[in-house]
Write a protein that binds this ligand. Sequence first.
Ligand code: MG
Length: 375
Amino acid sequence: MKRVILLGSTGSIGCNAIKVIKQLKNFKIVGIAGYTNHQMLITQAKDIKPKMVTIMDCQYYKNLKKDLGRIQIRCGEQGITDMVENTNADIIICAFASSIGISGIVRAIEKKMRICLATKEILVSFGDIIMDSVKKNGVELLPIDSEHSAIYQCLEGNRGNNVKSIILTASGGPFLNKSIKNVIKSDVLNHPVWKMGAKITVDSATMMNKGLEIIEAHHLFNLPAERINVVIHPEAICHSLVQFVDGTLLAQLSTPDMKLPIQYALTAPKRLYSIVKNLDIAKVKNLTFLPPNLKKFPCLKYAYDALKLGKSMPAVLNAANEETVKLFLEDKLKFSEIPNIIKKVMNKHTPKKGNIDFYLKKEEWSKQMVRSLVC
Ligand code: MG
C-alpha cells in the first residue's frame, strides 16, 4: 500500500487526484491540505478519512476541529511539515497554486518520498536548491504538469542521451486569434481546452504559464534555455515532444485530461488502466503546430530572460507574476498591463544566489514592488 499526502486537495488538480487515487488499488491518502476552502476540505476529510488534515489559513482551524472529530488537524506552514513527519507517507503530491508549504516539501525530499509535482512555481523559484536535494537524496521527482509528464515519458529508458531539444506545446489560450486589447476577466477565465484554477488560467492567457514551464523544464531535464522550445498546438492532443540529435521527434499524445499525468506520476514506471476515455486517433482530424508570437505574448520572452539570468531572477519573475495576476483578478489591474509590470520589476532587480529564505525574501520584495507600481 502506497501512502499519499495531497497538498492542494481542494483545487482542480487535487480533486482530480482524489478521483484517480479512489480507483487505484494499493494507494491510500493519509494527509490532505487546502488553502482556504475549509468547507470542501471538511467534506473531503469525511469522505477520505485521512490521518491528518491541514488548512493553510489558520482562521478556519476551529471549523475543522469542530467537524472532524478524530482526525488530527493542523494549520499553516508548520502543518505541512507535521504531516510529512507524522503520516509515514511514501508519496507527496504538490498541487498548491503557489510554492506555499515549501519547507514541508523540502523535508519530504529529505525523507525520500516520491515527489509528484504539479506546482511548477516551486521549481521556478527554488529549482537549483530543490534539484540538488532531489539528487543528493536519490529521490524520484515525477512531473504532473502535462507537458513535462509528456517529456518525461518520451525520455524514459535510455532515451535521455542524444537529446537535441525539447518542444513544449501550448494551446495558445483564449487569445490565440483574438486581440488582447480591452479584454475583460470573463474572456480571460474562459480557457478553450483545460478547466483549471483561476491563477493558471490567467497564466495561460498571458502565456506566462508556458514561460514558467520553460524554467520548470530546465530544472527537470537539465537543459539550457536554448534547447527548450515552444510551439502553439491549439488542439492540445500532443502534450510535448523531444527532438533527438538525428532529427527524430518523439511525442506523447492523449485525451487532454489531467487525470492521466496525475496517475502516471503515482504509478510510473507501471501503467495501469485509467478512468479517462481513450483518445480515438482516427477521429482527430487536425494536429496544428505554429510558432509562438513573442510580440503579442512578451511574458514568454521574460521567462527566457529570467532563466538565462538565473539566481534570484526566476523567483522575482514568478512573484511579480503571482501578484499581477492577483491584482488582475481583484479588478485592480488591466490584463494588458500584466507583462509591463513584470518587466519593470525585473528591471529593478539584480539577481543574486541564495538559499530558500533569501529567495522567499526576494519574492516578497517583488510583490511589494508590483503593488507600489500598480496601487
Ligand atoms: Mg502545463
